[in-house]
Design a protein around this ligand. Structure first.
Ligand code: CA
Length: 241
């Protein structure tokens, strides 16, 4: 059995609660530390950043809300509030301090463990709603395009591109040699709900070509495939490659 499960910081001054809670967490495979004051909680948080915090609001040297506010300056660590009553006020306080959930004292072992696991699952889940992961650097001939930093270089000279120009260049270059349809470009660079004229696309392609010193009639980089879309010619200027 692993000795280092997720680290949980219990901020609670009542030993009658914190001691059995710490034992329970250990039994369930967590690594639990207890802090009984605001000062201890902040020191412990700084010394051993936890994966989750169980936070009581009424502490001898201050308010649990101050702990949460301080921590939220630097961290999105999940916080579960330990509240005395499940009142509306407590829920509002919870939202205000950015708590992820709360449990009402006295809570059962099963309840608190279930809440902890649910919150940890949510925080560990791959960010499905943050869109695709950032792609890898694309190198085509003398062109180097890095989506992570949003920078593009041509023969080591950085191109001065707008956001849309960059996105267009990246979409075309990562499909170098293949036609990317107008629809695909519109969807990927603008968005699926974009109902504007595709004239916008042509305008941006025009700007991009100018920055690449490309000639629409004799393209070196971006070739128009009439009625379909555009093809990144891979820098050799050959439409047939
Ligand atoms: Ca208390």
């Amino acid at each position: 059995m692993s000795l280092s499960g997720p680290r949980i910081l219990v901020v609670e001054d009542e030993r009658a609660i914190s001691e059995p809670l710490a034992k329970l967490l250990a039994r369930e495979g967590f690594e639990a530390t207890v802090a009984g004051t605001v000062a201890d909680a902040l020191a412990e948080f700084a010394a051993h950043p936890p994966e989750l915090i169980l936070l009581d609001l009424n502490l001898p040297d201050g308010d649990g809300r101050d702990v949460a506010r301080e921590i939220r300056h630097s961290s999105g660590v999940p916080i579960i509030m330990l509240t005395a009553r499940g009142t509306e006020t407590d829920r509002i306080v919870g939202l205000e301090i950015g708590a992820d959930d709360y449990v009402v004292k006295p809570f059962s072992s099963a309840e608190v463990i279930a809440r902890i696991r649910a919150v940890l699952r949510r925080s560990e889940a791959p960010s499905a709603d943050q869109g695709e992961p950032v792609g890898e650097t694309v190198v085509v001939g003398e062109m180097r395009i890095d989506p992570a930093t949003h920078r593009a270089f041509l023969s080591d000279n950085e191109l001065d591109l707008s956001l849309k120009e960059f996105d267009l260049l990246y979409e075309l270059a990562r499909n170098a040699g293949n036609v990317v349809s107008r629809d695909e470009l519109m969807t990927r660079v603008w968005d699926e709900n974009w109902f504007g004229s595709t004239k916008t696309l042509d305008v941006h392609i025009g700007w991009l070509r100018r920055k690449l010193a490309d000639d629409a009639n004799k393209p070196y980089w971006i070739e128009t495939v009439r009625g379909v879309g555009f093809r990144f010619a891979g820098g050799d200027g050959s439409a047939d490659s």
